[in-house]
Design a protein around this ligand. Structure first.
Ligand code: ATP
Ligand code: MG
Length: 330
């Protein structure tokens, strides 16, 4: 693999839309400083890629970039994961262990889904950020660390601050430089470029040459992409594997997406149109139906596409009342 420094931000974060040009410029401006950055954006827009780009363009690029998804770790384990623990701090703590902050010393820590951090831990995180010191769980002394913090959130943190779910002081400490990654539908001019880029990558991966017909690219630009760039990437992989003859037509894209799954965003949410919660559910259900349809109802593969656990998928299928037969007719 190439060393991170050899890959420029522009090469990683593709797009010629005004929004992407501005995003890359912001990254280059903010990268050299140690300021905390809070990245927001819908699922699959490229938040983690932005975080890595900031690290790679910073003077810390030779040091570690440590990423942690705060939503994926049980709240009770999160503190020890972030700050470490000493032997005997709790039942399973058989030896001293450094946390991710210490591992990232000199480099960057990426706190993904920061909105999921439990309130008690929010206070401790704030102290770490303010004092540049971490204290392992159970320890009596702190260790100085030099870590650049980049955080990301899917949630609207200002709403969480207003509702008391997220500490205001921590929010301001994190939100020194806010970066919003725009949804793919807001920069649809980037879609053909991304589709071609992913096609080259997938062609190499699956040893199959594929080419886009112009109408297919036009159709891609008209779709709403609730799963953003990741969803596009998945669609290209599916197309590469399933297409016969190597040419991807608009009709073929339609069969891949499944007509009844097309209007995810077009669906009305009526009087609840301002509820992020309800809109997220509509979006989630649509994505799950789409994934099940794309995998002919195979739940293991669908969970992989959705990047959730098999268990979480089963739970959601039940919750949304999705019948097996719903997904088998493409
Ligand atoms: N501008 C871009 N150019 C090329 N690839 C991109 C771009 N944006 C996103 N990607 C790719 O799309 C996928 C999703 O990106 P990433 O994981 O950074 O998104 P995310 O916002 O962190 O998603 P989530 O909210 O689901 O965690 C990755 O494979 C990434 O490489
Ligand atoms: Mg992410």
């Amino acid at each position: 693999m190439e060393s991170p420094a050899a890959i420029t931000i522009a090469e990683r974060l593709l797009g010629t839309s005004a929004a992407m040009v501005e995003l890359r410029a912001t990254i280059e401006r903010v990268a050299p400083h140690r300021t905390t950055v809070l990245i927001s954006g819908e699922s699959g827009t490229g938040k983690e890629l932005v975080a890595r780009a900031i690290h790679d363009a910073s003077p810390r690029h030779a040091m570690r970039f440590v990423a942690i998804n705060c939503a994926a770790i049980a709240p009770t384990l999160l503190e020890s994961e972030l700050f470490g623990h000493i032997r005997g701090a709790f039942t399973d703590a058989q030896r001293d262990r450094a946390g991710l902050f210490e591992e990232a010393d000199g480099g960057t820590i990426f706190l993904d889904e920061i909105g999921e951090i439990p309130t008690a831990l929010q206070a401790k995180l704030l102290r770490v950020l303010q004092e540049s010191e971490v204290r392992r769980v159970g320890a009596t002394v702190s260790t100085r660390i030099d870590v650049r913090v980049v955080a990301a959130t899917l949630r609207d943190l200002t709403a969480d601050v207003a509702s008391g779910r997220f500490r205001e002081d921590l929010f301001y400490r994190l939100n020194v430089v806010p970066i919003e990654v725009p949804a793919l539908r807001e920069r649809s001019s980037d879609i053909p470029l991304l589709a071609k880029h992913f096609a080259i990558r997938q062609s190499a991966k699956h040893q199959r040459a594929i080419a886009w017909e112009p109408q297919a690219l036009e159709l891609l630009q008209a779709l709403s992409w609730p799963g953003n760039v990741r969803e596009l990437e998945n669609l290209v992989e599916r197309a590469t594997v399933l297409v016969e003859g190597g040419h991807i037509s608009a009709d073929f894209v339609r069969t891949l997406i499944g007509t009844k799954n097309l209007p995810v965003v077009g669906r009305t949410i009526d009087e609840d149109q301002f509820s992020i919660k309800k809109a997220t559910r509509v979006l989630e259900e649509g994505l799950i139906r789409k994934a099940l349809s794309a995998t002919a109802g195979n739940r293991t593969n669908a969970a992989k596409l959705l990047e959730i656990s098999h268990r979480a998928l089963l739970y959601k299928i039940k919750e949304y009342g999705i019948a097996r037969s719903d997904n088998l007719d493409k």
